[in-house]
Design a protein around this ligand. Structure first.
Ligand code: ARG
Length: 474
C-alpha cells in the first residue's frame, strides 16, 4: 500500500474504494466485501436517503455550516442522481458498501467539494435510521389505504348479502345460522383493527433520528427541529444512543404486518373451503385460480392458498427482527444492517396480498342456494328452540336437555327440527305451540339476533352501510 501524501489524502474519498479505507492496511476479500455490503438491497432506500440528505443540507446551510452555493450544488447534484436512479442509469457499486456511500460518492463526482461537506455532523448510523423510518412511514400509509379499500369491498359485498343465510360454525360444525353479510363484516372488523394498529405504530415511526450522528450527537449547533419539520416527522428522538440503535419501530411494523397476514390467512382458509366442490358456497373469478396440468376438472384457488402460505414468511420476519435486536448492546451495531430484507419483504408481501384481495373480494360469486341448503342441515336452529322454551319460563339447562332429545329423534328419523309435526314436538315439551315454526326457520333465527354486533339482517345492513361510508375515498 502506498503511503498517503497530503494531496492524495485530500482526494481519498474521490479515489479510494471505501470511504473509511485510509485507516486500513489491507483490503477486504471479495467475499467479505459482499458479505458486509448492503447495496444490493438497501438501494431501495435511495429516494428517502436523498430526501434526508437534502433536509440535512438545508439545515447545515441555515446554521452557516455550509454556504448557500454548496446547498444549491447539493440540490442540483441530488436531482441528477435521483434522475439517474429512476432511469436505471445509476451504477451501484458493491465496493461502496451501501446506498448511502454510493450516492455520496456520485455526488462528489458531480459537484466536488460541496458533496464532501454534506456528511458534516452526520453519520451513516443516524442516516440509515432516518431512511428506514421514512420508508416504513410510506409503507404504512400505503397499507392503511389498501386496508381501507379491502374493507370497502367486504362491506359492499356484505350489503348485497344482508339476508343471505349460511351455517355459522364452531369447531367447524354447524352451530347457528348467520347471514353472509355478517360473516364478511367480521373480516372488515379485523382489517379495521389492523389499520388502527398501523396508525398507532406510525406515531412511533415518525420521529427523527438524524442529529444523533454516530451515537453521541454532534458538536455542531444543529437544528434538529428544522430537519424534523422538513421531513414531516412529528418529533425528534430524544436520546442519540437509542435513536441510532433501536429498531423497535420496524419490529412493530412487522408485528402489524404479521397480524394482517394472519387475518388474510384466516379469510383465505375460508375461501378455499367455500370453493371446494364439497361445500360450494362461492366461486372465485378465474383470474385468481389455476387449473391442473393433469386433472381437467380442477379449478384451484391458488391465490388464497398462496396468501395463506405467505403468512409464514411474514411471521418469520417478525421473529427474525426480534432476535436481531435482543442481544445488542448500545449503540449501533452492524447487526442492524440485517433489519432490511425481512422488513422490505413483509411490506411487499402485505402490499401485494392486500392489492390482490381488494380485487378478488369484489369478484366473489356467491351461491346463496348452497349456503341455505347447508344451513338447513345440522340442526342450526336448536339453540332457538331452547331459547323459545326459556322465554316461556323453562330454565335454560332444562330447555337445553329437552332440545337435545328432540335433536336425537330427528337424527334417527333423518329430518330437521322444523320437519317434526307439532304433536311430536309437544311430546318433548308441552309448552311448545304452533308459533315454534317461526322460531325454527332460518329467517326467524337470524332476525331474532337483533342487537349491536348481532347477525340480524337489519343490523348487518346498518353496519355495512356504516363501513361503506367510512371507507369511501374522499
Ligand atoms: N449499511 C448500514 C446499515 O444498514 C449503514 C450504517 C453503517 N454504519 C456503520 N458504522 N457501519 O445499517
Amino acid at each position: 500500500m502506498p503511503k498517503n501524501t497530503s494531496s492524495n489524502l485530500q482526494n481519498q474519498f474521490a479515489n479510494k474504494a471505501q470511504a473509511w479505507s485510509a485507516r486500513f492496511s489491507e483490503p477486504v476479500s471479495d467475499l467479505v466485501k459482499r458479505y458486509t455490503a448492503s447495496v444490493s438491497f438497501d438501494q431501495r432506500l435511495a429516494d428517502f436517503d436523498i430526501q434526508g440528505s437534502l433536509a440535512h443540507a438545508d439545515m447545515l446551510e441555515s446554521i452557516g455550516i455550509i454556504s448557500t452555493d454548496d446547498k444549491a450544488a447539493i440540490e442540483r447534484g441530488m436531482a441528477q442522481i435521483l434522475e439517474e436512479i429512476h432511469a436505471g442509469q445509476f451504477t451501484w457499486s458493491v465496493d461502496l458498501e451501501d446506498v448511502h456511500l454510493n450516492i455520496e460518492k456520485r455526488l462528489v463526482e458531480l459537484i466536488g467539494d460541496a458533496g464532501k461537506r454534506l456528511h458534516t455532523g452526520r453519520s451513516r448510523n443516524d442516516q440509515v435510521a432516518t431512511d428506514i423510518r421514512l420508508w416504513v412511514r410510506n409503507e404504512i400509509d400505503i397499507a392503511i389505504d389498501l386496508l381501507r379499500q379491502l374493507r370497502h369491498k367486504l362491506a359492499s359485498l356484505a350489503l348485497q348479502h344482508t339476508d343471505t343465510i349460511l351455517p355459522g360454525f364452531t369447531h367447524l360444525q354447524v352451530a347457528q345460522p348467520v347471514t353472509f353479510g355478517h360473516h364478511l363484516l367480521a373480516y372488515a372488523e379485523m382489517f379495521g383493527r389492523d389499520a388502527e394498529r398501523l396508525a398507532d405504530c406510525r406515531k412511533r415511526v415518525n420521529r427523527l433520528p438524524l442529529g444523533a450522528a454516530a451515537l453521541a450527537g454532534t458538536s455542531y449547533p444543529i437544528d434538529r427541529e428544522r430537519v424534523a419539520r422538513t421531513l414531516g416527522f412529528d418529533q425528534v428522538c430524544r436520546n442519540s444512543l437509542d435513536a441510532v440503535s433501536d429498531r423497535d419501530f420496524a419490529i412493530e411494523f412487522c408485528a402489524a404486518a404479521a397480524l394482517i397476514m394472519t387475518h388474510i390467512s384466516r379469510l383465505s382458509e375460508e375461501l378455499v373451503l367455500w370453493m371446494s366442490p364439497r361445500i360450494g358456497f362461492i366461486d372465485l373469478a378465474d383470474r385468481f385460480c389455476t387449473g391442473s396440468s393433469i386433472m381437467p376438472q380442477k379449478k384451484n384457488p391458488d391465490v388464497p392458498e398462496l396468501a395463506r402460505g405467505k403468512t409464514g414468511r411474514v411471521n418469520g420476519h417478525l421473529i427474525a427482527l426480534l432476535t436481531l435486536m435482543k442481544g445488542q448492546p448500545l449503540a449501533y451495531n452492524k447487526d442492524n444492517q440485517e433489519d432490511k430484507e425481512g422488513l422490505f419483504d413483509s411490506a411487499d408481501t402485505i402490499r401485494d396480498t392486500l392489492t390482490i384481495f381488494v380485487d378478488m373480494i369484489g369478484g366473489i360469486r356467491v351461491k346463496a342456494d348452497a349456503m341455505r341448503a347447508a344451513a338447513l342441515q345440522g340442526f342450526a336452529t336448536a339453540t332457538d328452540l331452547a331459547d323459545y322454551l326459556v322465554k316461556k319460563g323453562v330454565p335454560f339447562r332444562d330447555a337445553h336437555e329437552t332440545v337435545a332429545h328432540a335433536v336425537r329423534e330427528c337424527e334417527q328419523r333423518g329430518c330437521d327440527l322444523a320437519d317434526l309435526p307439532l304433536d311430536d314436538l309437544q311430546k318433548f315439551h308441552a309448552l311448545i305451540e304452533q308459533d315454534i315454526y317461526s322460531v325454527l326457520t332460518l329467517e326467524g333465527s337470524v332476525a331474532s339476533r337483533n342487537h349491536v354486533g348481532g347477525t340480524a339482517p337489519a343490523r348487518v345492513k346498518q353496519e355495512a352501510e356504516r363501513i361503506v361510508a367510512e371507507t369511501s375515498s374522499s
